[in-house]
Design a protein around this ligand. Structure first.
Ligand SMILES: [Mn+2]
Length: 323
């Protein structure tokens, strides 16, 4: 049954005031995610058949910026997209930094509850494995401020279990790969099939590359990242990954962009950044809304620019591009 997102926004902010209500919401998200993982045979990635995907909205980093999230949901008619059976992919980084981290996680759990497999929550580096902590990671402190140490510990424990269940990648067959940071770089050097590239199991090198990497205009395949985790990957890696997967574009988040989006590698990598304000103060935030079944060529640059939606309502154009 369709549910109005604006009602969920109100509900989520109510729920977020009460520790037990938050626990409830997150525990039911955990159950759904466990079920999801089972139903895709424990694969760390989701596959979407574009023929069965009329509409798809994609969000980059949110980091607790609920106001921009609401604005972008309205601008993309997310409500209508979901109630008509369309998909939404969130590219990760829901918590840390922003003012409404708890509300964001609760809201996403509600949206997931209503729309099930059509809502894909990817893992970002701020939904970290214990062995790869990001900085800042203030989410546990925000929980403690609001709910006290004991409840905060309990809620954070469930959150960590949630993070472990989140898929790392989504493949929109024949069109695009969606990840938080980058593709599995090391594996792309020897993987021959999509299955070999994406079935990373518990491979920590791949997980780190997916969560932390950034594209860079370098000649070499890759170089170490100044972030201290992940890699900077060059166009050679991008082209190899596109070849193995038989797709046209990598869509990722992770990097602040002044206008909410940018392109690398001759338009073959699109970055989306969907929050505004502290600590980046970027001019604009952006998302993507495409029609994979109707227009499978959306991912051929520069056509994709027409499908970018900004928080300001400003139409994206060539002069906001950064190569
Ligand atoms: Mn990130």
């Amino acid at each position: 049954m369709p549910v109005s997102l604006s009602r969920l926004f109100v509900e989520a902010s109510e729920v977020s005031k009460d520790a037990d209500a938050v626990l409830n919401a997150l525990e039911s998200l955990l159950k759904i995610l466990v079920q999801d993982l089972k139903s895709r045979n424990s694969r760390p990635y989701v596959i979407i058949d574009p023929k069965k995907c009329k509409e798809l909205v994609v969000f980059g980093d949110i980091h607790g910026d609920l106001q921009t999230f609401i604005r972008l949901s309205n601008a993309s008619n997310l409500d209508e997209v979901l109630s008509k059976g369309g998909y939404v992919i969130f590219l990760g980084d829901y918590v840390d930094r922003g003012p409404y981290q708890i509300e964001t996680l609760v809201l996403l759990s509600m949206i997931k509850k209503y729309y099930g497999e059509k809502v894909i929550l990817l893992r970002g580096n701020h939904e970290p494995p214990e062995w790869l902590p990001p900085y800042p990671h203030d989410f546990p402190y925000r929980l403690a401020e609001r709910f006290g140490t004991n409840k905060a510990k309990e809620i954070y424990g469930v959150s960590q279990a949630i993070f472990e269940q989140l898929p790392l990648m989504t493949l929109l067959e024949g069109q695009a790969l969606f990840v938080h940071g980058g593709p599995p770089i090391t594996r792309s050097a020897y993987a021959k099939t999509p299955e070999e590239l994406l079935s990373i199991d518990g491979d920590r090198v791949s997980i780190e590359e997916i969560l932390w990497s950034d594209p860079d205009e370098i000649e070499s395949e890759w170089k170490p990242s100044p972030r201290g985790a992940g890699k900077l990957f060059g166009k050679k890696v991008t082209e190899r990954v596109l070849g193995i997967l038989n797709i046209r574009m990598i869509v990722r988040a992770h990097e602040p962009c002044n206008y909410g989006f940018k392109f690398n590698h001759d338009g073959k990598v699109l970055t989306l950044f969907s929050l505004r304000g502290y600590p980046y103060f970027n001019v604009d935030a952006a998302i993507l809304k495409i029609r994979p079944s109707e227009d499978p060529e959306w991912c051929i640059f520069p056509k994709v620019i027409n499908y970018i939606i900004t928080a300001s309502g400003q139409k994206p154009s060539y002069n906001t591009l950064r190569f």
